[in-house]
Design a protein around this ligand. Structure first.
Ligand code: ATP
Ligand code: MG
Length: 395
């Protein structure tokens, strides 16, 4: 066999392109650019088989004469379908056409793509108005198709790896959750058991006041358990989207005032500043939205103790914007993107109890209202939660 240096160089360029680039589209760009000196084409498109056997276009480039790639991929679809049906290459020259311009005369090459022995899609080239492809062109196209198939394998691998990482992260969070939840369940149970055992002791007589004190603690701790279990169930239902929402016209200002009043019965010394102006009614689920603000208050009480809370509502043309701010220690910026994830808790706060469900639940509720929620924070200055709710969500 004699191989000329030019061909070797060319093969080297192709293999380099396949191996070197992290981004498969950029690698495909390089591959196709390497063709152009020898093999002239107007457009190229790459189709992938989806799980139901349909073809999705995942890449298209137009190099010929000012044509826009994505808008003009219909030329390739027919032949791509034929190629994946027959599982072989098709070289097609145009038949007679009533058109007189070049676009009426497509010269097509369609190539099947095989990844690890399985048909994964098709690569299609078109040259409008000829000339016909030579044998060398056809071989080059086949070479590129093989290289493109390797790229797709790399792409599939990249996606699988990203999926795996996200599953692993979720599993880690679940693990943490199990240890947090056992701790969280044990604390109130410990109180309930301890105080009821004390009350039942036959060798001790408690005066009426002490008895009531113990019973009040048992009552509070039982409430805490109930809340915890409700949160867990709720977050599971929100995750599987089986929680029903009842949308009705409601006044957000009144709702927040109610939550604040209820909160005062437990945290009499909490200072809350309300700043509401011009608040029209919105469509929402009052019980769920109240829960959002209860969770934000519960966080403010836990993580920003002794700080006042300020809540404002402003209206824009189509939305209500709510801010909920405390003047607590704040949250380091690195952690902000994860706050709303299920089971996520900022590390290093062993003394404050929680399960990392509160903000996840808030976010799911706001999303069900087609709204947005996010947080901004400055260390040592405080944290602000922002909520944007459409006045009339398209339900
Ligand atoms: P749960 O609400 O389920 O009892 P949690 O309070 O730990 O548990 P989230 O309400 O989801 O969970 O909050 C997630 C984390 O965000 C908290 O662990 C806390 O570290 C941080 N965080 C939330 N609100 C504030 C705040 N106002 N100031 C500082 N950190 C906050
Ligand atoms: Mg919370």
């Amino acid at each position: 066999m004699s191989v000329d240096p030019q061909t070797l160089d060319y093969l080297y360029t192709i293999l380099q392109a396949v191996n070197a680039k992290a981004d498969w589209k950029a690698a495909l760009d390089t591959l196709l650019a390497s063709l152009r000196e020898e093999f002239v084409y107007d457009n190229v498109a790459l189709y992938l088989l989806d799980s139901s056997g349909g073809l999705d276009i995942v890449y298209a480039r137009a190099v010929g004469r000012g044509k826009h790639a994505e808008a003009d991929v219909s030329w390739g679809e027919g032949i791509a379908v034929e190629v994946v049906t027959n599982r072989e290459m098709i070289v097609r020259e145009p038949g007679p056409s009533s058109r007189t311009d070049r676009l009426g005369f497509p010269y097509l090459i369609g190539l099947p793509l095989f990844t690890a022995g399985r048909l994964s899609g098709a690569l299609v080239f078109v040259r409008f108005g000829g000339p016909a492809y030579t044998t060398v062109h056809v071989r080059m196209a086949a070479l590129i198709a093989t290289a493109a198939a390797s790229l797709l394998a790399a792409k599939a691998l990249q996606e699988a790896r990203a999926n795996l990482e996200s599953v692993q992260k979720q599993m880690r969070l679940q693990d943490d959750f199990v240890s947090t939840i056992s701790h969280e369940l044990r604390t109130p149970l410990g109180f309930i058991k301890g105080y009821s055992t004390s009350l039942l002791r036959e060798d001790t007589k408690w005066d009426e006041k002490t008895q009531r004190e113990f019973l009040a603690i048992i009552d509070d701790e039982a409430d805490r358990l109930t809340r915890l279990i409700e949160n867990m169930l709720e977050s599971a239902r929100l995750q599987t989207k089986t929680l029903q929402f009842k949308f009705q016209p409601l006044r957000l200002d009144a709702l927040i005032r109610d939550v604040t009043t209820r909160l005062r019965t437990h945290h009499g010394d909490l200072q809350v500043n309300l700043d509401f102006e011009n608040v029209p009614p919105i469509l929402g689920d009052g019980v769920r939205l109240a829960q959002v603000f209860e969770n934000l208050f519960s966080n403010a009480v836990k993580y920003a103790p002794d700080s006042p809370v300020s809540i404002s509502i402003r209206r824009t043309a189509r939305t209500l914007k709510v801010t909920f701010s405390d003047r607590g220690p704040g949250i380091p910026e690195d952690y902000l993107p994860f706050l709303f994830e299920r089971f996520y808790r900022v590390p290093g706060q062993a003394t404050v109890t929680g399960t990392g469900l509160g903000l996840y639940i808030c976010k799911q509720i706001i999303l069900a209202h087609h709204g947005k929620i996010w947080a901004e924070s400055v260390l040592d200055e405080g944290t602000t939660f922002f909520i944007e709710l459409p006045i009339e969500p398209a339900l």
